[in-house]
Design a protein around this ligand. Sequence first.
Ligand SMILES: C[S@@+](CC[C@H](N)C(=O)[O-])C[C@H]1O[C@@H](n2cnc3c(N)ncnc32)[C@H](O)[C@@H]1O
Length: 212
Amino acid sequence: MSGEASRRKAIALFPALHEIEPELEAYEGLLRRWQKTINLVAAATLEDIWIRHFADSAQVHAAAPEIRRWADMGSGAGFPGLVTALLLKRESGAHVHLIESDQRKAAFLRAVSRETEAPTSIHAERAEIVLPRLADKIEGVSARALAPLENLLRLAEAPLAEGALGVFLKGEDWEDELTAVERAGNFICESAESGTRKGARIVVVRHKAPPL
Ligand SMILES: C[S@@+](CC[C@H](N)C(=O)[O-])C[C@H]1O[C@@H](n2cnc3c(N)ncnc32)[C@H](O)[C@@H]1O
């Protein structure tokens, strides 16, 4: 798909992306520039960046539009967390913690956040270290392409136990991963078909016994 067709299709799927087009254009420009020296995303996805990355990420905010305070684990080049932050940019109290252990990718996240004035904090550390500190500060946790669902729930154990919602973009193994978590019995899980990737799924998870 051409870049322009990808943009039009992404905005048709998620009209809210139109509101942040200047920011996403700046983001795309920086991504293309930094990609020459750091491997931020698979090169083959760059032409279709609006669908493969911007619209795919927009599904997290769409799954829980009431949530203002997020943490995104293993953000990489900012997907989905930095797109969530841009979609929330004009909402009061909005803040997204981007957790990315690779220092160079974290520097990229800082550069895009600065340029687009996205409401983020960048944590260049491992999620298992950062999340316990954020447990009572966030309402939602997201991740894409980081780990199997069971491992994601272990990484996000502290905020989920405090009542945060987990929204995870999962690939083709989603069904086996979901079954394993449902069998363990601690979480209420829902899932919906991805609007951007065939065979992929948006999985929404809540702890069964959050604090009163
Ligand atoms: C496959 S990439 C996915 C990046 C992005 N979420 C996406 O979907 O495009 C996984 C990223 O997670 C980071 N990562 C891996 N383990 C991590 C951890 N325990 N804490 C924080 N970041 C981690 C890696 O450096 C890498 O950038």
